[in-house]
Design a protein. Sequence first.
Length: 256
Amino acid sequence: MIVRKSAQDLEKMRRSGLLVWKVLTELAGMVREGITTLDLEKAADRMIRDAGAVPAFKGYYVPAVGATYPFVLCTSVNEEVVHGMPSAKRLLKNGDIVSIDTGAALDGFYGDSAVTIPVGEVDERTKRLLRVTSEALDLAIDKMRPGNRLFDVCGAVEKHAVENGFSVVREYVGHGIGTKLHEEPQIPNYVDRKNQNPLLKEGMVLAIEPMVNAGRPETRVLADGWTAATRDGSYSAHFEHCVAVTSSGPWVLTRQ
């Protein structure tokens, strides 16, 4: 069942969303050569707790893994798509890209967002990968209007990525969000005809998260049991926002 939020619910989600936006903005400013992904983790943990919020990911049980996730952030570097685990051994270097994904619960409602940041100077194809993935998210957000359907959102991501010579990840998807981190519906980054195609209605909130690969779409899970990486070793970009459907158009809850 897709839960539609009241105006009061959306105001609460806006507060959690802005906290996540603030955390990601601060972390993006920290990204530089020589910093570790664990440095980013410690900063995010402090900021979320100082705000009186609860980290959404830390302690979250994932049935497919059979364990709880141990960190506040997912930090996925280069060919890592999602769910990369922060580490004191993972030093960022010039030419890397790092996806930083985090969430927080405040007043009973969740916010969830991700951004991919270049470290120093990256090559032109990588710059284009980041730009196209961010554009795909904006195009999907624009479809979040009453009367459209979920496939309009999914198809916007797929179309823009493929037309620009990239591929979309198929194993991992976006999701509804509210009083739970993951709610219905699932949101693939492609049109899956086997999936439901609900009508978008006021009060729906979706966490839309394009995951776009420079090479082929296939992924594999690394030995840690969490990190998903491209099977061919190509770079992957990941951007995410929580977006509400309103009568006046899309409302991005995780952006200032």
